[in-house]
Ligand binder design. Structure first.
Ligand SMILES: CC(C)(COP(=O)(O)OP(=O)(O)OC[C@H]1O[C@@H](n2cnc3c(N)ncnc32)[C@H](O)[C@@H]1OP(=O)(O)O)[C@@H](O)C(=O)NCCC(=O)NCCS
Length: 170
């Protein structure tokens, strides 16, 4: 069984290899500083029975963001004020040797649940993500993210889609 935990000292940040050094460095050097300073929060996926230092199977980061509603697909922008709040999903990645076994989906569902916690307390129109490449974009589109007309690498998952997806999962 797996669990999602807030990144902490008990996690083996040095052992994580996603296959790209900038992302590895974010986890090793930046993520905890960002959490302390309120810039973002990083959550890691670990085996429930893992002993310390717990190997990190995958991770994602969340931070608050502000969006100009004119950048949204027109159907989503209707009746919104000019500037609205959302949550940015940053740097979702699965360890190089564990990709293709459902862990990316576990991370994404966890990010949606975290979004709904934020939504219940402070609102937010949905999750935003910058897809780093075509593969990443296809992954997000598979889960209902839609590209922003103003910037094709930025994708958006509206709150209604998140609520529906999580209600279906039960
Ligand atoms: C993209 C990534 C997070 C996917 O994680 P994963 O563990 O390999 O994916 P999963 O096995 O959980 O796949 C879940 C579902 O997404 C689909 N999927 C996975 N990668 C996909 C892709 N590139 N394009 C379209 N669908 C994809 C799977 O077929 C599966 O579908 P199903 O639930 O209908 O069976 C992972 O491969 C990764 O870390 N890649 C490199 C980092 C990266 O590009 N991150 C995105 C940051 S912008």
């Amino acid at each position: 069984m797996h669990r999602i935990e807030l990144l902490a000292k008990v996690h083996d940040r040095d052992g994580f290899d996603y296959g790209s050094e900038p992302l590895n460095l974010f986890l090793k050097q930046t993520a905890r500083q960002h959490a302390t300073r309120g810039i973002s929060r990083t959550f890691v996926l670990v085996e429930e029975a893992a002993s310390e230092p717990k190997p990190i199977l995958g991770f994602f980061a969340l931070n608050l963001c502000q969006i100009q509603s004119e950048a949204l697909p027109p159907v989503e922008a209707r009746k919104l004020p000019r500037s609205v709040a959302g949550v940015r999903l940053g740097r979702l990645a699965v360890s190089k040797h564990r990709q293709g076994h459902g862990l990316g989906k576990i991370l994404l569902v966890a990010a949606m649940k975290k979004f709904l916690e934020i939504f219940s307390m402070a609102g937010g129109i949905g999750l935003f993500v910058d897809a780093k490449n075509r593969d990443a974009k296809a992954f997000y589109e598979h889960f209902g993210f839609v590209p922003l007309p103003s910037n094709e690498i930025q994708l958006f998952l509206p709150v209604a889609t998140i609520q529906e997806a999580l209600a279906e999962k039960g």
